[in-house]
Design a protein around this ligand. Structure first.
Ligand SMILES: Nc1ncnc2c1ncn2[C@@H]1O[C@H](COP(=O)(O)OP(=O)(O)O)[C@@H](O)[C@H]1O
Ligand SMILES: [Mg+2]
Length: 475
């Protein structure tokens, strides 16, 4: 997770597509032309030397200059193309953001402004493209000039040698042909040199990723069911990179089958606690024990497989509703998919869609409401038949009646499972064995419902406020 925070999607994508394609150009054309060049050089120069070494040196003299200047020009072209590529990527991302955020753009009447912004950036793109065109325009004339110079020198020096009787006029014609045979390969030396440099830079960027060791590694392969005893032992956690302390000496324990509610303001560390339990990150100090074993010593895939975690920000794939639910369990049967949709109180919503469970969601299909997405992701987590369930604020966009249905089912389904339910509402329907209130990553209140009401802190306040709101709703 820390890795994906450090490298944004754009960076990842450009390494996968552009850098890989640069290395590919090196491996293909550059290697091919390189071999061609060496072979041709050896043969042609041997033939030239066998006629006259003096004329050979004269007629080849401009070629290194040609090679060198092509190298500089190619390099310039590559650099300017990269700048253009970046600007194009920038233009693409502006367009993409505007289209995906079109609702916001329209409701703030920012179409014209965004249009102008796009036009400005297009103008920048044009200027950069023109700078490249200028270099491009130099390329061919420069090459022609050098080849021409070679030919002129060959004819002139060759003429002098014919006069002094060293070679025949036929040799001059022969040399002109040789020189012409060599110009392309010599041109490509410059070009190859520039490509190789680019490819090397790209390969370095690719290697950085290939050689990155995951921070979170699985030490063993040992799949087995979890009983669900959870212990947080003095857990402290600072986010890597930002150093924000999200957990501060948190300790609690849950026995198998117990239910715990975690309550607290936004930013109090609730989601971080859930992430730590499924080892998205490792704790900075202290330890998290599952069934008496440190999570860092457990089979990572098994750990995540056995925990049904519904994260706070729901993500659905651009795929059918059924496949989105079955994502949690690829061997799920059709009837399982349907029954878990019922458990998550989303069945009726699904059958109302045009193609029911086959309806596509996301970019290429229907847009579901926030509450529908939340319920789909609950179904997706439960269909895994997890041993431990963590729900992170996943009923926030669900109305009170639906909430009751889901909680009623959870009560049944979760009876034997350890569950951590993160919420900013108090669910009086569910009987919690323990409730903790977090603030700035610390546990500030802990106990059962009655104890916390008695205590008269944040929880009691929240309960009171919620009750008066519910009364208003009921009226
Ligand atoms: N990926 C992250 N990188 C750095 N800091 C983070 C990250 N996620 C959350 N935080 C910070 O950690 C603290 C706790 O956040 P979080 O666990 O999301 O709280 P909650 O779920 O209670 O709203 C906040 O101060 C937040 O800014
Ligand atoms: Mg959160």
């Amino acid at each position: 997770m820390a890795f994906y925070k450090r490298h944004n999607t754009g960076d990842l994508m450009s390494r996968i597509t552009e850098d890989v394609s640069k290395v590919r150009t090196y491996l293909g054309p550059a290697v091919l032309y390189g071999i061609n060049l060496v072979t041709l050089f050896v043969m042609v120069i041997y033939a030239m030397f066998s006629v006259s070494w003096e004329l050979t040196l004269y007629s080849l003299a401009p070629l290194p200059i040609l090679s060198l200047s092509i190298y500089y020009v190619s390099d310039l072209i590559n650099k300017r193309s990269t700048v253009i590529q970046q600007q194009l990527a920038h233009l693409n991302s502006i367009a993409q953001e505007v289209y995906s955020g079109i609702r916001v753009v329209k409701s703030y009447v920012q179409e014209r402004f965004m249009g102008k912004h796009f036009a400005q950036q297009s103008e920048v793109y044009k200027e950069k493209a023109l700078r490249l065109a200028k270099v491009d325009a130099m390329f061919f004339p420069l090459m022609m000039l050098m080849i021409g110079a070679s030919t002129v020198i060959t004819v002139y020096i060759g003429g002098l040698q014919v006069v002094s009787g060293k070679i025949t006029t036929g040799n001059i014609a022969e040399f002109v042909i040789y020189v012409n045979m060599l110009t392309w390969p010599v041109t490509s030396i410059g070009w190859i040199a520039s490509i190789v440099q680019q490819a090397a830079a790209s390969q370095r960027r690719i290697n950085e990723f290939l050689q990155t060791e995951p921070d979170i590694k699985s030490p063993v392969h040992d799949p087995h069911p979890l009983q669900g005893n959870i212990v947080f032992d003095n857990v402290t956690f600072d986010y890597p990179d930002t150093g924000i302390r999200a957990m501060d000496k948190v300790s609690f324990s849950l026995r198998s089958g117990e239910k715990m509610a975690v309550i607290g303001r936004t930013g109090s560390g609730k989601s971080s606690m859930a992430d730590l339990l499924v080892r998205m990150y490792d704790v900075s100090e202290g330890a998290i024990l599952l069934d008496g074993k440190d999570v860092r010593e457990m089979d990572l895939a098994n750990l995540r497989q056995r925990i049904g975690y519904v994260p706070q920000d729901v993500f659905l794939f651009s795929d059918s509703v059924a496949n989105n639910i079955a994502f949690g369990n690829p061997v799920a049967t059709w009837s399982e998919i349907q029954s878990f949709a019922r458990h998550a109180a989303v069945y009726d919503d699904i059958v109302d869609l045009s193609e029911g469970f086959e309806t596509m969601v996301g970019e290429r299909g229907v847009t579901l409401s926030g509450g529908q997405k939340q319920r789909l992701s609950i179904a997706r987590a439960l269909i895994k038949h997890p041993d431990i369930v963590i729900l992170d604020d996943c009923l926030s966009a669900v109305d009170t009646n639906t909430e009751k249905m889901i909680l009623g089912y959870l009560e049944e389904e979760l009876a034997s499972k350890t569950a951590i339910i993160i919420t900013h509402r108090i669910y009086s329907l569910l009987q919690f064995d323990k409730i903790i209130v977090l603030e700035h990553g610390r546990i500030v209140e802990e106990g059962t419902h009655d104890e916390l009401i008695e205590h008269g802190g944040y929880y009691a306040d929240l309960f009171e406020r919620q009750r008066s709101e519910d009364e208003v709703d009921a009226e």
